[in-house]
Ligand binder design. Structure first.
Ligand code: NAP
Length: 330
C-alpha cells in the first residue's frame, strides 16, 4: 500500500493537523513513459507554505485533495521508460508519499557514490542551487566583499556562508539562538554570527561590520531585512531569496521603511526564483560537489522519520526547529 499526505483544507496562519489528510491508498501503477519510485527522502521547504495559498505565485498552488507537492529522492521499483531500470536512484517532484509515479522526464538520476539521498535534497539539490546562483549571479559577489546572510544555520543560508568563505570574503551570519550561531561560526566558518533573538540586530551589525555590507542575502524579510539595509555600502546588492518571517501571515508583510538607503548608497535589491537557473544546475552542482569532496563545504542535514510526522515537522521551519536541511524519511 502507498501512504499519502494530501491537502485537505487551505490554512489560515500556521498549517495545523486539519490542513492534511494522511491515508493508506493502493499502490500507484506506472503507465507508458513513467516510473514507479519508492521515496526514501522528502525535502521540507519553507516555500511549501506559499503553495497552500490560493492565487497566483511563481507556480500554481497545490489543489485541494492533491498529494502535497515536494521534492524527493528515491529508488526506481518499476520502469516503463527507456533509460531507467529498477534499482536506479533518482530525484524529482515525488510529493509527500511513500511511492510515486512520475513521467521519466521529471526524474533525474543521482549517484549515491557521490552523496546520500538527503544531500541531493540539500547542498546538491534545490537549496544548494539557490545559494550558488543567489550569491554569485544575483549578489554578484566579488573578491574581498563583505557578506551578511540571514537564516544562516539553515539549508540555503548555511551554504551561502560557506561559499562566501571559500571565496575568501568576510561573512557574518544571522540566526536564532546560541547553538545555531555556534554552528554558523565553528562549522560553516563565518567570522561572526548574530543571534537575532538575543538583541538588537542593527546595533550588532554596526559593531561587527563598521565598514558596512556589500552583499546582504535575505532569507527572512521583516525587521532583519530593515536592520541590514541600514548598513549598506555604496553599490551594495540586497538579494531577496525569501521572507520566511511573513509566510504564515502574508497580509501583514511591510516593506523596509529605510528603502531609500538604496538610493543613498546607489545600491540595488533583486529577487530571484531558482528554477530560472535550471539550465545551469550542472555547473553549480559540480562546483559544490568539488567543495564537499575537499572539505571546503560541509553538509548539515536534520533528518526526521515517519511520513505521519509531516504536519508538525513542516511547522518547525517557521519556528526555527531545524538545524540545516530539513528532510523527512517516509
Ligand atoms: P531553512 O533556513 O533551513 O529553515 C528556515 C529557517 O528560517 C528556520 O530554521 C529559522 O531559523 C528561520 N526563521 C523562521 N522564522 C523566522 C523569523 N520569523 N525570523 C527570522 N528567521 C526565521 O530553510 P531554507 O530551505 O534554507 O530556506 C531559506 C529561505 O530561502 C526561505 O525564505 C525560502 O523561502 C528561501 N528560498 C528561496 C528560493 C528561491 O528560489 N528564491 C529557493 C529556496 C529557498 P532561525 O532559528 O535562525 O530563526
Amino acid at each position: 500500500m502507498n501512504r499519502t499526505v494530501r491537502l485537505a483544507k487551505r490554512p489560515t496562519g500556521m498549517p495545523g493537523p486539519d490542513t492534511w489528510t494522511i491515508a493508506e491508498e493502493p499502490m500507484p501503477v506506472p503507465g507508458e513513459g513513467e516510473l514507479l519510485v519508492e521515496v526514501k527522502a522528502i525535502s521540507l521547504d519553507p516555500a511549501m507554505r506559499g503553495w497552500l495559498n490560493e492565487g497566483k505565485s511563481y507556480i500554481p498552488p497545490v489543489g485541494l485533495g492533491e498529494v502535497m507537492r515536494a521534492n524527493g529522492a528515491g529508488v526506481v521499483l518499476e520502469s516503463r521508460a527507456p533509460g531507467f531500470a529498477p534499482g536506479d536512484t533518482v530525484m524529482g517532484g515525488f510529493g509527500v508519499q511513500r511511492y510515486a509515479v512520475v513521467a521519466s522526464r521529471h526524474a533525474e538520476p543521482i549517484d549515491l557514490g557521490v552523496a546520500p539521498f538527503e544531500r541531493w535534497l540539500g547542498v546538491l539539490g534545490m537549496p544548494g542551487m539557490t545559494a550558488w546562483f543567489g550569491l554569485f549571479d544575483v549578489g554578484l559577489l566579488r573578491d574581498g566583499e563583505t557578506v551578511v546572510v540571514s537564516a544562516a544555520a539553515g539549508a540555503v543560508g548555511g551554504l551561502v556562508v560557506q561559499l562566501a568563505r571559500a571565496r575568501g570574503c568576510p561573512v557574518v551570519g544571522i540566526a536564532g539562538g546560541e547553538a545555531k550561531c555556534r554552528m554558523v561560526v565553528e562549522r560553516f566558518g563565518a567570522d561572526a554570527c548574530i543571534d537575532y533573538k538575543a538583541g538588537d540586530v542593527r546595533a550588532r551589525l554596526a559593531e561587527a561590520l563598521p565598514q558596512g555590507i556589500d552583499v546582504y542575502f535575505d532569507n527572512v524579510g521583516g525587521g532583519i531585512l530593515e536592520a541590514a539595509m541600514t548598513h549598506l555600502r555604496r553599490r551594495a546588492r540586497v538579494v531577496i531569496c525569501g521572507a520566511i518571517s511573513g509566510y504564515n501571515d502574508v497580509a501583514s508583510i511591510r516593506g523596509p521603511r529605510n528603502y531609500l538607503n538604496l538610493l543613498i548608497q546607489r545600491a540595488r535589491m533583486e529577487g530571484f526564483v531558482v528554477f530560472d537557473y535550471a539550465p545551469r544546475f550542472a555547473e553549480a552542482r559540480a562546483g559544490i560537489a568539488a567543495m564537499l569532496a575537499d572539505g571546503r563545504v560541509v553538509a548539515v542535514e536534520d533528518v526526521r522519520e515517519g511520513i505521519d510526522r509531516f504536519p508538525e515537522t513542516l511547522t518547525e521551519l517557521y519556528t526555527g526547529g531545524n538545524m540545516g536541511k530539513l528532510v523527512l524519511r517516509p
